[in-house]
Design a protein around this ligand. Structure first.
Ligand SMILES: C[S@@+](CC[C@H](N)C(=O)[O-])C[C@H]1O[C@@H](n2cnc3c(N)ncnc32)[C@H](O)[C@@H]1O
Length: 436
């Protein structure tokens, strides 16, 4: 009982590591299950260890295996993974304490012999990790060093070159920051000034980076309708869309970050009076509509409607819009398509182990189908914005050009891929226009 209490943190972290190692589970749901509210340890510390492990999963395994004559048993391997991630988060003298703690835990969890083995491996682990980190730049060694699938490293090197690939990999290993976007209302800047101490500026207008330790204060801002937690990369497609007062259909809208950006841009680009008569319709699957409706309820400076349907289900979208007396043609249609997420891997360090090359092809197929549906709702002369948080050409340029080759009455205005950097995630976006 005493042990159970003393090692509650270790047990929970180990359970989370086992859960992620066993399958393709999402880290968010594993953390919710293993680190529940009211648990007797620091949830944020446990989450930090799990994320550290996910970010360095291949590196840790390679270092552990390099120190073992034969493959460790599953239980011992998972203890080593969890302990290594915890140790990697700590420095100097704390490292010895962390190792001591995990060795103590392993005595309660696995056999005495194995805990001796855990102890021996953990103490040599920093040198083994360092050796792998110093290894030269073949795709295989980069894949291990940065814990990314080798096929992805090879793919990026082909697409972006060695230098850019290295930058992407390095960014992916940096824990992501939290950014707040401030809406273009005079009241927003006034309210924000009371909280300015919580943030530092970024190179992106209206985006502010939350400083460590200020979340509980800064989250007060989210009760108002002027602030949204959003990465700067999510703003590029709405900016390119550049909506003026008018009618807009946002397909794949949930949870609503880009819808909100579109609404704010309509307000910024037109007067408050003209914006009032604008219409923004957000569409997503029924199971995502609740969250979308909650965010749309804050867009009270124009007509904002939520429609729930599967847009790939035959005439479902036309029928849903008609049943709500909403237009069937819009000045602009925005498509933020589901994708492989390769531009946001630092935000979701578990995602890199779940995606495969086949998933990229499957996403591209679905994305083209969504664009084919979207085109039916664009007015003559209207705009069609295509956006993803993938940096793969197969999901961006290739989808757009396949669409254009089938639809000669649409032309490309501009297309871009934004690579992940320290102050932004990656994204792909293209502006297409329907002929008059
Ligand atoms: C990248 S997310 C959208 C993020 C959103 N635009 C934002 O900024 O908050 C893609 C969305 O596409 C939706 N989606 C995927 N397939 C769909 C379908 N067949 N019909 C409607 N929505 C779909 C998903 O439910 C998901 O919410």
């Amino acid at each position: 009982m005493q042990h159970a209490k003393k090692y509650e943190f270790n047990s929970a972290v180990l359970k989370a590591v086992e859960s992620c190692a066993a399958g393709r589970r999402k880290a968010d749901s594993v953390m919710e299950e293993c680190f529940p509210t009211g648990c007797g340890f620091s949830r944020s510390a446990a989450e930090a260890v799990l994320l550290q492990w996910l970010r360095n999963r291949m590196l840790i395994d390679a270092a552990v295996f390099s120190l073992c004559k034969k493959n460790p048993k599953k239980n011992a391997l998972n203890v080593l993974r969890a302990a290594a991630a915890d140790a990697m988060s700590s420095e100097g003298t704390k490292f010895a304490q962390v190792v001591h703690n995990w060795v103590g835990f392993s005595k309660t969890k696995i056999s005495g012999n194995e805990s001796g083995f855990v102890n021996a491996v953990l103490r040599k682990l920093p040198d083994a990790v360092e050796k792998l980190r110093r290894s030269s730049g073949s795709a295989e060694s980069l894949a291990i060093k940065y814990s990314h699938p080798q096929w992805l490293v090879e793919k990026w090197t082909k697409q972006f070159g060695a230098e850019k690939t290295l930058e992407i990999l390095e960014c992916s290993q940096t824990p992501s920051e939290v950014f707040f976007r401030v809406s273009p209302f005079p009241q927003a800047s006034k309210l924000f000034s009371d909280y300015a101490v919580c943030f530092s500026k970024t190179e992106f207008e209206n985006f502010f980076k939350l400083k460590g330790g200020f979340w509980s204060r800064a989250k007060e801002l989210l009760k108002s309708r002027f602030f949204y937690v959003q990465d700067p990369s999510t703003y590029f497609a709405p900016l390119q869309f550049s909506p003026m007062p008018g009618s807009y259909l946002d397909l794949c809208a949930a949870p609503g970050g880009k819808s909100r950006a579109i609404a704010d841009l309509i307000l910024k680009n037109g007067s408050a009076e003209k914006s009032k008569n604008s219409l923004l319709v957000g569409v997503d699957l029924p199971e995502r509509a609740g969250q979308l409706a909650e965010n749309f309820s804050k867009i009270d400076f124009m007509k904002a409607e939520v429609a729930e349907c599967d847009i790939l289900d035959g005439e479902s979208l036309s029928e849903t819009l008609s049943s709500k007396n909403l237009p069937l043609e819009y000045d602009g249609v925005f498509v933020d398509a589901p994708c492989s997420n390769t531009g946001v891997l630092r935000r979701r360090p578990d995602a890199r182990y779940r995606i495969s090359e086949n998933d990229i092809a499957a996403c591209a197929k679905k994305q083209l189908e969504i664009l084919e549906t979207a085109k039916k709702f664009v007015k003559p002369g209207g705009k069609l914005e295509y956006s993803t948080c993938s940096i793969e050409k197969e999901e961006n340029s290739e989808v757009v050009h396949r669409f254009l080759s089938k639809n000669k009455n649409f032309s490309l205005i501009s297309e871009n891929i934004l690579l992940p950097k320290y102050e932004n995630d990656g994204a792909g976006y293209a502006l297409i226009q329907r002929d008059v």
